[in-house]
Design a protein around this ligand. Structure first.
Ligand code: GTR
Length: 396
């Protein structure tokens, strides 16, 4: 057997990628590199952006496109047909106070179809149309067929407070699996995305699904989309950010503990890094994102710019003290910097004057908010309570 240089090169690269990706995460603030963030208010051609018109016509589309191309990939939005069919499969856990609608959303493109399931609860009392919270549920469907998970999707409490609420499971659109992720809408509806370096991957597919849910709400007389909030936890939080940055029909987004590739500033390299996430979850982001493994400083954007895409709608980030993997401080800084768009472009009073270390209470104000709670990485009723307080300020 002769010497095979290509095999040697392959093994060297493999070894290097594995060891580098496994280099331990940094949790030492003194080792966070000095960072130089892209300026939100200077366009790629060097134009200084200070008016709403320049922001909306030039800079916002430019930033959105940079995220698309380099990080999240496409969300193809063309299809031939969409239909909404109600089915009755699960039992309603709250028949006394809520109506359950199980909706099959079927999308057809080039003669092929995919059906996703949306579960919607509407209050039995009160007047339609109802404000809505949609949860992107990245967890597997419970085996016992139940729809609701205590705390994570607190349907009963949301109904008590007069909200409609819905969720879908990400796995029914794109499985959360590096081998099987295409066995959903990618293989069926958008196979050409698979060979593109900026092609849609799992997080993009979940974002696409949130848009199809919004298509349903938009035509429903029971849902008020001028009061619509998208919620997701962790990987679902990353998809929440990307979905609602693209789809301006959402009026508020709540990425909870979304961390790396979500709310946190990538250049801090604190906790999970771009190289770690791309090696553990190669199916989440566009292939182009790999170019920034260990080279976050070369990204043409950072996550504070994503927060800015919500203006003049509202955006709220949430962290947990026991979730250092997601870099809570990086999530907060991203909100502090991102919220500058409200003051500097839209002339609104929005500010986060406290340093991260000084935070004691949730910051709940018009347009932008943040909280950090005690405890571990999870989506809990405590998080939802603050989300409700926040929408009550935005929507009343
Ligand atoms: C972790 C991953 C995070 C986060 C989390 C989750 O393993 O590293 O980026 O998304 O999973 O989704 O709970």
């Amino acid at each position: 057997m002769g010497f095979k240089p290509y095999l040697f090169t392959f093994l060297t690269v493999l070894f290097y990628s594995i060891t580098m990706a496994q280099s331990p995460a940094n949790y030492d603030e003194s080792k966070v590199p000095g960072i130089n963030l892209p300026d939100p208010f200077v366009s790629l051609s060097g134009r200084f952006i200070s008016s709403i018109e320049d922001w909306e016509q030039i800079r916002r589309p430019e930033i959105l496109n940079l995220f698309r191309e380099n990080i999240y990939g496409n969300i193809p939005n063309d299809f031939d047909e969409i239909s909404f069919d109600e089915v009755e499969e699960a039992s309603n856990p709250y028949p006394e106070k809520a109506i359950l609608k199980e909706v099959n959303i079927t999308v057809t493109r080039n003669g092929k179809s995919h059906t996703m399931r949306l579960n919607l609860f509407l209050p039995k009392t009160g007047n339609a149309p109802f404000p809505i919270f949609l949860l992107i549920n990245h967890r597997p469907k419970p085996e016992d067929g139940s729809l609701v998970e205590d705390g994570f999707w607190p349907v009963s409490e949301l109904i008590n407070r007069g909200f409609a609420t819905a969720s879908f499971h990400g796995e029914t659109v794109a499985p959360d699996d590096a081998e099987r992720f295409s066995e959903g809408i990618l293989d069926t509806l958008y196979p050409e995305e698979l060979s593109k370096p900026d092609g849609m991957r799992t997080l993009g597919a979940w974002s696409w699904a949130a848009m199809r849910a919004m298509d349903y709400f938009e035509q429903s007389p029971l849902v008020d989309i001028t009061k619509s909030a998208l919620v997701g936890h962790s990987r679902g939080g990353k998809a929440t950010l990307w979905a609602a940055a693209n789809d301006t029909r959402w009026t508020v987004a709540f990425p909870n503990e979304s961390g790396c590739g979500g709310a946190a500033i990538s250049r801090r390299k604190y906790g999970e890094t771009v190289a770690i996430i791309n090696s553990k979850f190669p199916h989440w982001f566009a292939d182009n994102f790999n170019a920034f493994n260990h080279q976050e400083e070369n990204l043409p954007v950072d996550q504070h710019l994503l927060a800015m895409l919500f203006a003049p709608r509202s955006i709220y980030f949430a962290s947990a003290r026991g979730d250092q993997w997601a870099d809570p401080k990086g999530e907060y800084i991203s909100m502090q910097l991102g919220s500058r768009v409200y003051a500097e472009i839209y002339g609104k009073e929005v500010s986060f004057p406290l340093a991260f270390e000084e935070l004691k209470e949730p910051i709940i104000q018009p347009f932008a908010g943040y909280h950090i709670r005690q405890g571990k990485h999870n989506l809990t009723w405590e998080d939802w309570e603050h989300f409700i307080e926040f929408v009550e300020i935005q929507w009343n």
